[in-house]
Design a protein. Structure first.
Length: 71
């Protein structure tokens, strides 16, 4: 199950917070499928079972592992 702690739509062309791309911050399991549609670069996903933290790259529509917070 994916839990959204931040899910803001923003239209960067008009500055309106409507009908645009999403800036998200999620907590999920490593087995969950992370969303990739209409999400901007810099969105964050933390896998609670592994402690891995990912940042989204909208150019390649991929989540890239940045670090692990689990000891």
């Amino acid at each position: 199950m994916i839990t959204y702690t931040k899910n803001v739509e923003y239209d960067f062309n008009t500055g309106d917070r409507e009908k645009g791309v999403k800036i998200i911050e999620i907590f999920c399991l490593s087995t969950d499928t992370k969303p990739t549609a209409d999400i901007v670069t810099g969105s964050i996903a933390t896998e609670v079972d592994t402690g891995d933290v990912y940042l989204f790259d909208e150019a390649s529509t991929t989540w890239n592992k940045m670090c692990s917070i689990k000891e």
